[in-house]
Design a protein around this ligand. Structure first.
Ligand code: NAD
Length: 494
């Protein structure tokens, strides 16, 4: 990755984005535009269409028509595979351009963005393209005079609502399996990070996806997202984002056509360090990266550090040292470890969590404030708060920013009780050299993902999904396909 290439791309003006409906770029029905602010310096870099309810309905109608006439669903699997493979190739061929565009929009440090965004999006789409002609129906164990067959049919029109932290990666988690199974999709990117995903959607059409099979609408969640949620013609809604929005989507479903709703929500993931961890220094560095990369805007971020009391002080000092060695700043500088916070609103929310933590008796041992204000961008120092009690706000509420709360524990049972003391259950980790303890932790901590002696990092082959108020259903792996198919029984008398 060359800094000069990145600098050349960042100097390019960004064209205004319109909706993508039926293979055409279309402005908002009322001409409305939304300013897109770069978190790097707080300037307006371009605009997108500010979608209306009519725009969303037009996109859904187009997707429905595309599904019903079979222009995609009825294509032979090999033909669908070819298009999706080509799409993955195009994403890879344009990876740096996509990554820089995305970073200008959402602030993720470029090193991480390049790998996690176009890199992982291409990998995910290829994974489902490769899988699509290896997924079979079933023949049931029926009496001899009956043939019982179970077909897997596409659901129809999928609505996909995407957050701002990793738009291409999370977008691909939905688009890959949905399109592979023959569905049509209406995409609704986040208003604060839509550009790279809109560009990635356009590449799908370039790869040969028929018009109307993938439509994309920009604009505010409470307008176009709500219209999607309330639509009578969306069959399945897949969502990644906050719990508050997830709750609304379930209400929209109940108030409309009872569409299936799959939610990937937030977390308050415990990173549990036992004194018998194989390498405490390595664990400290991974713990710092596990909360502070992408300025903490990672759903699975290890935001609660639970440390065995006997090593607490030394371990926390090592995490503080590792975090202070991480360079915060311009996310398009290849040497930056921690980029910008996505928006001013998010930055203010992060800072207010630190104030609350102080008021509730926590000690801020490093960071705690906004930095680099002179850039006009939204940057925050990695922040560590010790002495955080089990019921403190910092233990219970997701910050979604670079703020780590630390709590000491004495016993394995206490660690498990602390780990399970929130409404969330997305991810977690335990660091121990004791094999029995490692397996006990995997079983005892209620999460969708449990890491042992590492934090983060997983590929398309394994599911990611939450329990409790972290969501339902899973992204990634062959299990994700269940969300995008209906099972149909054929009961045939022979
Ligand atoms: P958000 O809920 O504010 O927005 C997510 C999306 O929902 C956006 O596209 C937004 O426009 C849309 N939206 C907002 N209001 C809506 C409404 N009334 N109806 C329909 N759509 C609406 O979340 P965010 O701030 O973009 O993302 C951060 C959250 O996402 C965090 O809680 C984070 O933990 C979570 N997240 C979870 C995962 C996961 O896999 N579990 C991954 C990444 C992020």
């Amino acid at each position: 990755m060359e800094q000069t290439q990145i600098d050349a791309l960042r100097a390019r003006p960004v064209a205004a984005f319109d909706h993508l409906i039926e293979g055409k770029y279309v402005p908002a029905s009322d001409g409305g535009r939304l300013d897109i602010i770069s978190p790097i310096d707080g300037t307006v870099m371009t605009t997108t269409a500010a979608g209306t309810v009519d725009d969303m309905q037009a996109a859904i109608a187009s997707a429905r028509a595309a599904f019903e006439d079979g222009r995609w669903a009825a294509q032979p699997p090999a033909a669908r595979k070819k298009v999706l493979m080509k799409w993955a190739d195009l994403i890879e061929a344009n990876a740096l351009e996509l990554a820089v565009l995305g970073v200008r929009d959402n602030g993720t440090e470029i090193g991480m963005a390049l790998k996690a965004e176009p890199g992982s999006a291409a990998g995910t789409i290829r994974y489902y393209a490769e899988a699509l002609d290896k997924i079979y129906g079933e023949i049931a164990a029926t009496p001899g005079d009956i043939l019982g067959m179970i077909h897997k049919e596409p659901v129809g029109v999928v609505g996909a609502i995407i957050p701002w932290n990793f738009p291409m990666m999370i977008g691909a988690w939905k688009l890959g399996p949905a399109l592979a199974m023959g569905n049509s999709v209406v995409l609704k990117p986040s208003e604060t990070a839509s550009l790279s995903l809109m560009r990635m959607a356009a590449l799908a059409l370039e790869a040969g996806l028929p018009p109307g099979v993938l439509n994309a609408i920009t604009g505010e969640g409470r307008v176009v997202g709500e219209a999607m949620g309330l639509s009578m013609d969306v069959d399945v809604l897949v969502f990644t984002g906050s719990g508050a929005t997830g709750r609304r989507l379930m209400e929209y479903s109940a108030r409309s056509n009872m569409k299936r709703v799959y939610l990937e929500l937030g977390g308050k993931s415990p990173n549990i360090v036992f004194a018998d961890a194989p390498d405490l220094d390595a664990a400290a560095k991974v713990a710092a990266a596990g909360i502070f990369r992408n300025a903490g805007q990672v759903c699975v971020a290890g935001s609660r550090l639970l440390v065995e009391a006997s090593v607490h002080d030394a371990f926390v000092a090592a995490v503080a040292k590792a975090s202070e060695a991480m360079r915060v700043g311009d996310p398009l500088d290849v040497n930056t470890h921690i980029g910008a916070v996505n928006s001013e609103v998010q930055l203010k929310a992060n800072l207010s969590f630190v104030e609350t933590a102080r008021a509730e008796g926590g000690q801020v041992i490093t960071g705690g404030g906004r930095i680099l204000q002179e850039t006009g961008g939204y940057y925050m120092a990695p922040t560590i708060v010790t002495g955080v009690t089990r019921d403190a706000t910092l233990s219970q509420k997701e910050v979604f920013g670079p703020v780590l709360g630390v709590t000491a524990f004495e016993t394995e049972d206490e660690a498990i009780a602390l780990a399970n003391s929130t409404v969330y259950g997305l991810a977690g980790a335990a660091w121990t050299a004791n094999l029995g303890r490692a397996h006990r932790m995997v079983r005892a901590v209620r999460t969708g993902v449990m890491h042992i002696n590492t934090y983060g990092g997983a590929d398309a082959t394994v599911p990611l999904g939450g329990v409790g108020q972290s969501g339902n259903g899973s992204d990634k792996s062959l299990h994700a396909i269940e969300k995008y198919v209906n099972l149909k029984t054929a009961w045939i008398k022979l």
